[in-house]
Design a protein around this ligand. Structure first.
Ligand code: AMP
Length: 661
C-alpha cells in the first residue's frame, strides 16, 4: 500500500469525524484519502486521478466537513456529479460522516425532481450542495442557489460528465462561481478537455495519482466475479463449496465491522471462520493466525492492515470480497496465497461501477483476470453428491460395520424392504442438515457470466438511496425516518420513476422536436445524455434521433408524463433550452443531416434506436454505442468443473468441512 499515514487521527480530522469513522468501521485511510485530505485542509486546488472503489468520496467529503462553518447555513461546498444516483450516494456519504455534527445539512439537487421541493429546501439553507450540472445551472440562473460563501467546488467523475455531454454546463458553472475558492477535480482518466478545464480554472493544482506498480503474480490463478443478482455472501459460500484444491481462505473486506459480521455469518452457515482486524489485541490476532496455520480454522476474514505480512502456506484462496483501493493493495492481498511454491487462487468480486479498477489491476499485474460464473444450484448439488458418495466409500473402507450390517439385515427381514430402498432412506437421513439438493433463500438468483464491459450499471440497477438523520445502518430501509424535513422526498421520486417506467411500452414511441440542432453543435450523444439524465428516461426508451440545422427530432415514449415534458423543456444542451414538444401529426421534417448507423451487430438489423447512455465510452465517433459489447467469454475461459480435484472443504476432511454436515 502506498500510504504512509496509518490513522485518520494523523490527518488532523476533528473528533466528530473520527467518531463517525470509528462507527462505520474504517480502520485506516485509503491511499487516495491519505494523499488528498492534507491538500484539501491546506486549501490547495487538486487533481485526483481516481475511480470508484478507491475511497475518493471520503477523500473530499471528510476535509470539506472538517472545514465547514456550521453556524453559517449557506452553501460552502458544491459537488458536481454526472448522475442523480451518484449525487444521492455522495450526499448520503456526507450525511454518514457528519453523524456527530448536529445541524449539518447536505442537499442533493438533480433533474427530474420537483423544483418546488428543491426551492423550498434551498430557502431553508444547506452547508453542502451535491448536484448534477443541468439542475445546478438552473438554480444558479434563478438565483435560488447563491454561492457567495463557497469555499470548495468538487468535480466528481469529471470524465463521466464529459462523456455524457455535460462539460459545457460544468464550464458555465465554473464561470458563474465566485473567483476565490478551492477547486478539486476527480477523474478516472484525464482526457484533453478535462485537462483544459484544470488549466483554466485551477491554480497550481496538486496532483494525486495512486501509483500502479507493475508486478508479476504468475503462480496465482486469478478470476473475477461480477456482482449481480445474488448476494455476495451467498456467492462466497457457493464458491467455497465447489472450489477445487481448497485448503484455507483469506477473505478481504474494507471495514473492521465487516470482518466480524462476515465471519459471524459464515459461522452461522457452518464454516469455521474468524475475524482478523486492527481492533484485536496482538495476542488475539496471533491466536487466529496460529489456528489458521494448524488447520483448526479454514477461513479468516481480514482487513488489509491486519493481514499485512501474513504468511500461512496453506492459504489456497484469497477472496477480494470488497475490491481493494488500489492495485498495490491487490497485489499484496493475493500474495498471501501461492506461497512456498504452491499454486494459489485469487477471486475478486467486482461491482459494475468497479470495472475500471479491474482494468487497472490487470494493467498493473500485466495479466488478464478471467471472468467466472457463479456456481449454480446444480453445480453445488453435484459437488455435494460427489462428496457424499466419497464419504460412503471411505466409511466402507475404514470402519468396522458388523453391528450396522445386523441392523440393516433385521430391517430387511422385518419389513421385506429391499436393501437399496433402505440405503436411500439412510442417505436421506444423513443429508438432512446439509441437503444434497440445496433449497431455500439464496438459490433464486442464478446468474450467468456477465458481459464484460466498461459500462456503468444501467439506471435501474444503480441504487437510489435514501437519507436518514438517524444512524443509517441501524434501521431497516423502510423504517428509516426522512433525511430531514428539508430534504426532497427521495423515495417518492424513486416511486415516481418506477411508475413512469411501468407506463412506457417499448413499441409505443412518438416523435418529439427539440430546439437544438447541428448549428448548436449538439451530437446524438448529448441529446441522449440530457434526456436520460434530466428526464429520468432509460436509454432503451429513447429511439431514433435525427439532427437538423436548428432543431432535432427524437423518438420517446408516446405516454411521456407532463412533468417530464416540463423538465425536458427547461433542460439545456450547450446552454440552449430543449423546449421539447411532441411533433404534430403531419408536421414535415426537413432532410436530416445525421444518419444513425445501424445498431450493434447484425442481430437487430434496421433497429436504429440509441443504446443506453452507459454503453458509450470515449467520444471517438458520434455513435460509439454502435460498438458491439465484448463477448462474455473467450474460448477456454470456462471455469473448471467441480470435483475434478480434491476440495479440502469436503466434509470428510474434518477441519475443512462445514460444521453442520
Ligand atoms: P468510493 O470510491 O468513494 O466510491 O468508496 C468505495 C467504498 O469504500 C465505499 O463503500 C466506502 O464506504 C468505502 N470506504 C471508503 N474509504 C474507506 C476506508 N478508509 N476504509 C474502509 N472503507 C472505506
Amino acid at each position: 500500500m502506498t500510504e504512509s499515514i496509518d490513522t485518520f487521527a494523523a490527518l488532523n480530522l476533528p473528533p466528530a469525524l473520527l467518531s463517525a469513522l470509528a462507527e462505520v468501521g474504517y480502520e485506516t485511510p485509503s491511499p487516495i484519502q491519505a494523499a488528498c485530505i492534507p491538500h484539501f485542509l491546506a486549501g490547495h486546488d487538486l487533481i485526483g486521478e481516481a475511480q470508484t472503489g478507491t475511497g475518493k468520496t471520503a477523500a473530499f467529503a471528510l476535509p470539506l466537513l472538517a472545514r465547514l462553518d456550521l453556524a453559517t447555513k449557506m452553501p460552502q461546498a458544491l459537488v458536481l456529479t454526472p448522475t442523480r444516483e451518484l449525487a444521492i450516494q455522495v450526499a448520503e456519504a456526507f450525511q454518514k460522516y457528519a453523524h456527530h455534527m448536529p445541524g449539518f445539512h447536505v442537499l442533493p439537487l438533480y433533474g427530474g425532481q420537483s423544483m418546488v421541493i428543491q426551492l423550498r429546501a434551498l430557502s431553508r439553507g444547506a452547508h453542502v450542495i451535491v448536484g448534477t450540472p443541468g439542475r445546478i445551472m438552473d438554480h444558479l440562473e434563478r438565483k435560488s442557489l447563491v454561492l457567495d460563501r463557497l469555499q470548495t467546488l468538487v468535480l466528481d467523475e469529471a470524465d463521466e460528465m464529459l462523456r455524457m455531454g455535460f462539460i459545457d454546463d460544468v464550464e458555465w458553472i465554473l464561470e458563474h462561481t465566485p473567483a476565490e475558492h478551492q477547486t478539486a477535480l476527480f477523474s478516472a482518466t484525464m482526457p484533453d478537455p478535462i485537462r483544459r478545464i484544470a488549466q483554466r480554472y485551477q491554480k497550481n493544482p496538486q496532483q494525486v495519482k495512486i501509483r500502479a506498480a507493475t508486478t508479476t503474480v504468475a503462480a496465482i490463478h486469478q478470476r473475477y466475479w461480477q456482482v449481480r443478482g445474488a448476494d455476495k455472501l451467498d456467492a462466497l459460500t457457493r464458491m467455497l463449496e465447489v472450489e477445487q484444491d481448497f485448503d484455507a481462505a483469506l477473505i478481504f473486506v474494507r471495514t473492521k465491522t465487516a470482518t466480524v459480521d462476515i465471519a459471524d455469518k459464515l459461522g452461522a452457515r457452518g464454516y469455521e471462520a474468524a475475524a482478523l482486524n486492527g481492533d484485536m489485541t496482538q495476542g488475539l490476532r496471533e491466536q487466529v493466525v496460529e489456528r489458521l496455520k494448524n488447520g483448526s480454522l479454514d477461513i479468516v476474514v481480514a482487513t488489509d492492515v491486519a493481514a499485512r505480512g501474513l504468511d500461512v502456506p496453506r492459504i489456497s484462496h484469497v477472496v477480494n470480497y470488497d475490491i481493494p483501493y488500489d492495485t498495490e493493495a491487490y497485489v499484496h492481498r493475493i500474495g498471501r496465497t501461492g506461497r512456498a511454491g504452491r499454486t494459489g487462487n485469487a477471486i475478486l468480486f467486482v461491482a459494475p461501477r468497479e470495472l475500471r479498477m479491474l482494468k487497472a489491476i490487470e494493467h498493473a499485474t500485466r495479466q488478464k483476470i478471467e471472468p467466472m460464473t457463479l456456481p449454480t444450484k446444480s453445480d453445488v448439488a453435484d459437488r455435494r453428491v460427489a462428496q457424499f458418495k466419497q464419504q460412503v466409500l471411505d466409511v466402507i473402507k475404514a470402519e468396522k460395520l458388523d453391528f450396522y450390517f445386523e441392523v440393516v439385515r433385521q430391517l430387511e427381514d422385518e419389513s421385506e424392504i429391499k436393501p437399496r430402498e433402505i440405503a436411500a432412506a439412510l442417505a436421506f437421513l444423513a443429508q438432512r442438515e446439509r441437503p444434497l439438493q440445496p433449497e431455500g433463500a439464496g438459490w433464486q438468483a442464478e446468474t450467468s457470466a456477465p458481459a464484460r464491459s466498461e459500462e456503468r450499471p444501467r439506471r435501474e440497477e444503480r441504487p437510489l438511496r435514501e437519507f436518514s438523520d438517524e444512524r443509517p445502518r441501524a434501521a431497516p430501509r423502510e423504517e428509516r425516518p426522512a433525511f430531514h424535513e428539508d430534504k426532497p422526498p427521495v423515495r417518492a421520486n424513486r416511486d415516481e420513476i418506477l411508475s413512469r417506467r411501468r407506463a412506457f411500452s417499448e413499441g409505443n414511441l412518438a416523435k418529439f422536436r427539440i430546439d437544438v440542432g447541428r448549428n448548436q453543435g449538439v451530437t446524438p450523444k448529448d441529446i441522449v445524455g440530457a434526456i436520460a439524465n434530466e428526464g429520468g428516461i432509460e436509454g432503451k426508451y429513447i429511439g431514433q434521433i435525427h439532427l437538423f440545422d436548428d432543431y432535432s427530432t427524437v423518438e420517446l415514449p408516446a405516454d411521456l408524463p407532463a412533468d417530464t415534458i416540463q423538465t425536458l423543456k427547461r433542460t439545456r444542451i450547450r446552454q440552449s433550452p430543449l423546449n421539447i414538444r411532441a411533433l404534430a401529426a403531419g408536421e414535415v421534417e426537413e432532410k436530416s443531416s445525421y444518419k444513425p448507423r445501424p445498431k450493434w451487430g447484425a442481430e437487430r438489423p434496421g433497429d436504429e434506436r440509441r443504446p443506453a447512455p452507459g454503453k458509450w465510452s470515449g467520444a471517438k465517433s458520434e455513435h460509439d454505442g454502435s460498438r458491439p459489447p465484448k463477448a462474455p467469454f473467450k474460448p477456454g475461459d470456462k471455469p473448471k468443473r467441480p470435483y475434478a480435484g480434491e476440495n479440502k472443504f469436503a466434509p470428510k476432511h474434518g477441519a475443512g468441512k462445514p460444521k453442520k454436515y
